[in-house]
Design a protein around this ligand. Structure first.
Ligand SMILES: Cc1cc2nc3c(=O)[nH]c(=O)nc-3n(C[C@H](O)[C@H](O)[C@H](O)COP(=O)(O)OP(=O)(O)OC[C@H]3O[C@@H](n4cnc5c(N)ncnc54)[C@H](O)[C@@H]3O)c2cc1C
Length: 413
């Protein structure tokens, strides 16, 4: 639905996509409220020690570079082929952009959005009717001091990601027995094994769960630590029945990603592997015995460890928009049309993912959109460059100018 300026756009989440969407909107003259429950780029900073697979050219936009260059003559972006860590991405690009002249005024850090509604319509009223769009959205948020506020806005972009909502460890994505009671003992993000969290893992027994790149990153770091501290034990549980814990992508175009897959597969290989790989099983039960964790697996095996790291993916939290007419996929929890389009495409390499057309971002709720990692739901293949494509298409729709592309017309510094 086209929305003319002046209009106010609320963006939930000042992650990479929320920041870029805010910048795009400000360039077009919209007024923007950019909320983050933490600081800007909060999620990225939480995995700040991890190196990105994609080079800086794929982690920045021409508009972002132009804005930072216009503001500061001395701004030097990282080289296009730089392989940054999450922390470097944040400090060298995302945070300067979030605090730039154009975006900074809109940014509300430590402000968590709790609910977004149409004050004059209940969820079940005027189903899929554009009349709902004549009413503003009511955004209720709580600031860092615990005070609640309300803003009325014309458009909502939910770019709140999924990183805050990790999945359970048990069979079929359910809870393992004892998991709830021992939740404090399970690390669900990516620990900085070789840095800030080193003392937690040094010399100890660790179980890693998951068969994606996050679990592989954790196992690779633990194995590196084990080189210095051979008494350590590493166990790695994966569900799949593949020949190796992580399947390599043939002729991978991202060398850093391929190097990780190659490295972790070697870690579990050979007569004396650095890590014990336990394929085709899940966690049935976790018990605390004398301070250690006794883990019973679905294959009947029991292992005893000191630490558990569960890198088993994330799900969507739809709580804040539950009173809106949001259409999500029953399998991925992403927007239904986008999920269908993703499921129909060959999903073996996230580099092949493109934006799937602006219609896939639309919901029955007029002027409500989900962008960024959250738009992919449980599908972990989202890449920043897909988000930029989403932003471009969305603002062409909102501005009712099909050819609008600020990335193509941004001045080159
Ligand atoms: C370990 C790891 C490595 C990755 N490597 C790459 C890579 O190499 N290349 C690549 O393109 N992508 C990579 N990704 C994917 C990456 O997550 C995305 O590209 C990018 O971070 C997505 O940005 P986003 O803005 O959609 O979401 P996020 O980065 O998740 O940001 C969402 C923001 O919303 C905020 N928020 C959540 N709920 C609320 C609320 N209720 N109110 C207010 N604020 C809220 C959060 O605090 C957060 O700041 C990687 C992801 C991980 C986990």
């Amino acid at each position: 639905m086209a929305v003319d300026t002046p209009a106010t756009i609320a963006i939930v989440g000042a992650g990479p996509i929320g920041i870029e969407a805010a910048l795009y909107a400000r360039f077009l003259g919209y007024s923007v409220l950019l909320f983050d429950k933490g600081g800007a780029a909060e999620h990225v900073r939480r995995w700040g020690h991890v190196q990105l697979f994609t080079p800086f050219s794929m982690n920045s936009s021409p508009l972002g570079i132009a804005a930072l260059s216009a503001q500061d003559d001395d701004f030097q972006p990282p080289p296009p082929d730089a392989q940054l860590t999450g922390a470097q991405w944040a400090t060298e690009y995302l945070l300067p952009l979030a605090h730039s002249d154009l975006v900074g005024d809109s940014l509300r850090e430590h402000c968590e959005v709790l609910s977004i509604t149409r004050p004059d319509f209940l969820k079940g009223e005027c189903i899929g009717d554009e009349a709902r769009g004549e009413d503003e959205f009511r955004v209720l948020y709580v600031d860092g001091d615990g005070r609640e506020h309300v803003e009325l806005v014309d458009v909502v972009i939910d770019a709140s990601g999924v990183f805050s909502n990790p999945n359970n460890c048990g069979p079929g994505g359910g809870l393992a027995l004892g998991e709830r009671a021992l939740a404090e003992r399970i690390r669900r993000d990516l620990p900085d094994v070789l840095g800030a969290d080193r003392s937690t893992y040094e010399g100890r027994r660790t179980l890693v769960i998951g068969n994606g790149y996050s679990a592989a990153t954790t196992v690779a770091a633990l194995a590196e630590l084990k080189h210095q501290c051979p008494a350590m034990q590493i166990h790695w549980v994966t569900r799949g029945s593949s020949q190796t814990p992580l399947e390599r992508i043939p002729a991978d175009r991202l060398p850093a990603r391929d190097a990780l897959a190659e490295r972790v597969n070697r870690i579990v290989d050979g007569a004396e592997p650095m890590a014990q790989w336990l394929p085709e099983c899940e966690l049935e039960q976790i018990l605390e015995v004398d301070g250690a964790l006794e883990v019973r697996l679905t294959n009947g095996q029991t292992i005893v460890v000191d630490e558990i790291v569960a890198n088993v993916g994330y799900h969507v939290d739809g709580q804040i928009t539950r009173e809106l007419q949001v259409q999500t996929c029953y399998a991925t929890e992403g927007p239904l049309q986008l999920a269908a389009s993703l499921l129909a495409s060959d999903g073996s390499d996230c580099l092949d993912q493109q934006a799937h057309g602006v219609e896939t971002l639309c919901h029955p709720e007029p002027n409500f959109y989900v962008l960024g990692a959250k738009s992919y739901g449980r599908n972990s293949q989202f890449l920043f460059q897909v988000g930029l494509q989403q932003i471009k298409e969305l603002f062409a729709l909102i501005g009712d100018r099909a050819a609008l592309d600020l990335y193509a017309t941004a001045p080159t510094p």
